[in-house]
Design a protein around this ligand. Structure first.
Ligand code: ZN
Length: 343
């Protein structure tokens, strides 16, 4: 089959297009999907670069998100048929442990992500457990579905399930670019929150407003913490979404209200930050981490996407063979919306 491989970790130049990689066979309870669209995530760049201690069998196929049609069924994969149009849930639990059986697949000790822990979606075919696919209605395109999965389910699990966001609350999203932040803006608005965004440039601030944010602060032009206090009558916000990390976490601690929550699903600027614990106890702040989502979240965000209530933004498309250019585009940091590989 056609695929993009990495033979060693490093930059975008390590991505190699081949047309003779062995096509995977579905085992018991699995299905094989003929990928039609794959979506890029920052995660792909981190796995490609590698990190200290990463032990991935090489060559490896990147990619968490995809949609396509079922091409072959393993034994016991019931309720699905060859030709079904489907989207993949990129988070894969063992399906048997207490946590999986209680609907907390993302806490499974064997939890893995397509393209990070196993071969991913930058390929003509991918094999996944049958429980990880959801049928697509006819009006939803493969690229829309692929673009929605990882970022929306991550944002949904963090904001709604872990953060308990309710209508009428205020949410500050630190960082305007990036798929999870764009998804967080839409989900927080859908939940009935007032949404503030801190963007790194006037252009990104404008894009955040176009996505539905109530106010966007350009941190290159004004002190964002002071701006938040002015806009919230010096209370601070109920919830801060901070996936920037090291560079902004202390600002987030100041911008959140007394008794508020800070939600973290990532750390694009670095993980080893120092925080002033006095603010934490004096302000009754909760810092809540989460990663990926469970299957119920996946089904829920996909239904909202099918109904048009969540709309993934697509900013660029490349053929599979041009994955290198797609990675370079994503790494530039100026993309607002998803980068798609057409397979
Ligand atoms: Zn499990």
């Amino acid at each position: 089959m056609r695929a993009i491989l990495i033979d060693e970790h490093g930059g975008a130049e390590k991505l190699r297009y081949v047309d003779d990689f062995p096509t995977p066979q579905p085992a018991i309870g699995e299905v094989r999907v003929r990928v039609r669209a794959a979506a890029l995530n920052r995660l792909d760049l981190w796995v490609r670069d590698g990190w200290a201690g990463i032990k991935l069998p090489l060559p490896h196929i990147l990619g968490a998100d995809a949609a396509g049609e079922i091409d072959a069924l393993g034994e016991g994969a019931e309720g699905l048929a060859v030709g079904d149009r489907v989207v993949l849930n990129p988070g894969i639990g063992c399906g048997r442990c207490d946590l999986c059986l209680s609907g907390q697949e993302n806490l499974c000790p064997k939890f893995g992500i397509l393209g990070e822990d196993m071969h991913g979606t930058y390929a003509e075919y991918v094999v996944v457990p049958a429980r990880n696919v959801l049928k697509l209605p006819d009006h939803v395109s493969y690229e829309q579905a692929a673009a929605a999965a990882l970022v929306y389910l991550t944002a949904w699990h963090s904001l709604i399930r872990r953060g308990g966001l309710r209508a009428g609350e205020s949410v500050l999203i630190v960082g305007a670019g990036g798929g999870v932040n764009s998804a967080s803006i839409q989900i927080a608005k859908l939940a009935g929150a007032t949404v503030y965004v801190v963007a790194s440039s006037a252009e990104k601030a404008a894009q955040a407003l176009a996505l539905g944010a109530d106010a966007a602060i350009d941190r290159s032009a004004e002190d964002w913490i002071r701006a938040i206090f002015q806009r919230t009558e010096r209370r601070g916000v109920d919830i801060v979404v901070d996936n920037v990390g090291k560079a902004t976490i202390n600002g987030s601690i100041r911008a959140v209200k007394r008794g508020g929550k800070i939600l973290i699903v990532g750390n694009t600027s670095g993980y080893d930050s120092e925080i002033d614990l006095r603010y934490l106890f004096a302000k009754h702040i909760s810092i809540i981490g989460s990663t990926m989502a469970n299957h119920a979240d996946f089904v829920q965000v996909m239904r909202l996407m099918f109904e048009g209530k969540l709309k993934p933004l697509i900013s660029a498309r490349y053929p599979l063979a041009e994955a290198r250019q797609a990675h370079e585009r994503l790494a530039q940091g100026d993309v607002f919306g998803k980068v798609i590989l057409e397979v």
